[in-house]
Design a protein around this ligand. Structure first.
Ligand code: UD1
Ligand code: UDP
Length: 367
């Protein structure tokens, strides 16, 4: 059989979560020789996920530096990827999402004329500064991909509007739902004394455009909500980015009903989402997962490239303004009818079969 070498690249936590089901599916195909390349744009958070899904990278670029800049990360990645692609000569390369890893992989594939498949293609806000730099990363990846695996019809339409050929776009659903469903069965114990006799608010935040004053506003709003509502507790696994760590600990570190912790493994994090009454987050993945678990999310951003859950009324954009965060959260805490409208389970991002569809497209094209 004429085997085809496919390199699957993972750099950060969400890429590993969303690529794991693709790697697992493709690896079962007799025609595919799957190699996993970790750029390790994230180190600890990537390893957490790879361990859970039992994925051992064939190559590891180990590029992460503390407080890395976009320019140094980009240049390091390009030069390291260049060497790998020259040595491995893959038939195709896959990467997921909109990180610096993905943008550099797409560009390096272009330089080497290697077909590139973009998983989670077509997400757009239309504003290159929001989210920054992710919107530009996905525009670049979208311009260079041979296969566009769009999670939703809206994403497919975004690509068509940019002049991408229809036959190269494949509506697959988002692989995050494949990952969520696969771990969700196992996640029932959260090894933490929290959320037993109080309502749990789960928080995550890491976006670059929120660094500085917007992130401080978020923290002040959380503190105010906790002080005003004796029946709530906050669990906040703090992203290791130094711009987030210092502020989170100094503003939120001293309240007994606010638990700051290290990033959780995916399994306990899914359990925490299930236990949560409400989620405050600027994460992309959480906006996709929480609706499937019937948990309302207040998104700490001005714009989102994931409008589907907002249209279903289960996710609300509140931005980073103190008043907006406090009033929306308080309404959800006080008004059971409003709460139940936002806590209805919908899954506009996938049905758990996205990786299978991606595998079938590649099989038709390559085997
Ligand atoms: C990156 C992605 C962002 C994605 C996010 C997911 C870019 C530009 N940003 O943002 O799109 O939403 O990952 O979390 O690609 N760090 C650690 N250990 C880790 C991970 C990060 O110490 O396991 C610290 C390091 O100091 C590192 C810093 O966080 O330099 C920033 O990491 P980086 O990948 O540049 O940015 P993120 O904010 O994580
Ligand atoms: N997540 C996790 N542990 C945590 C926080 C988040 O496993 O402590 C998961 C979450 O369920 C989602 C993904 O990480 O699948 C989102 O990653 P992140 O918010 O870092 O990136 P984004 O999705 O915004 O790119």
């Amino acid at each position: 059989m004429n085997m085809k070498k496919i390199i699957c690249v993972v750099g950060t936590r969400p890429e590993a979560i969303k690529m794991a089901p693709v790697i697992q599916h493709l690896s079962k195909e007799p025609w595919a020789e799957v190699k996993v390349l970790a750029t390790a744009q994230h180190r600890q958070m990537l390893d957490q996920v790879l361990k859970l899904f039992k994925i051992e990278p064939d190559r590891d670029l180990n590029v992460m530096e503390p407080n890395q800049t976009l320019t140094s990360l980009t240049s390091k990645l390009l030069s390291e990827l260049d060497t790998v692609f020259k040595e491995e000569l893959p038939d195709a390369v896959l990467a997921q999402g909109d990180t610096t890893t993905v943008m550099t992989v797409a560009l390096c594939c272009f330089y080497h004329r290697i077909p590139f498949g973009h998983v989670e293609a077509g997400l757009r806000t239309g504003d290159i500064w929001n989210p920054y730099p992710e919107e530009m990363n996905r525009v670049v990846a979208g311009r260079l991909a041979k296969w566009h695996f769009a999670p939703t019809e809206g994403a497919r339409q975004n690509l068509l509007r940019e002049g991408i050929a229809e036959e190269t776009i494949h509506l697959t659903g988002n692989t995050v739902i494949d990952a969520l469903l696969s771990v969700s069965k196992e996640s029932d114990a959260l090894d933490m004394a929290i959320g037993h006799d109080k309502r749990l608010i789960l928080v995550t935040s890491h976006r670059r455009e929120n660094f500085g004053e917007p992130f401080k506003e978020i923290c002040r709003a959380i503190l105010y909500l906790v002080e005003k509502n004796p029946d709530i507790e906050v669990l906040y696994p703090v992203h290791p980015n130094p711009n987030i760590q210092a502020v989170a600990h100094s503003l939120l570190g001293n309240n007994p009903r606010i638990r700051l912790c290290e990033p959780l493994d995916y399994l306990p994090f899914v359990t925490a989402m299930k236990k949560a009454y409400l989620i405050l987050s600027d994460s992309g993945g959480v906006q996709e997962e929480a609706p499937a678990l019937a948990k309302p999310v207040l998104v700490l951003r001005r714009e989102t490239e994931r409008p589907e859950a907002v249209e279903h009324g289960v996710v609300k954009l509140v931005g980073t303004d103190f008043e907006a965060i406090v009033s929306e959260a308080q309404r959800l805490l006080d008004d059971p009818e409003y709460y139940s409208q936002m806590a209805k389970g919908v899954s506009p991002y996938g049905d758990g079969f996205a990786s299978e569809r991606i595998t079938q497209v590649l099989k038709r094209a390559l085997s």
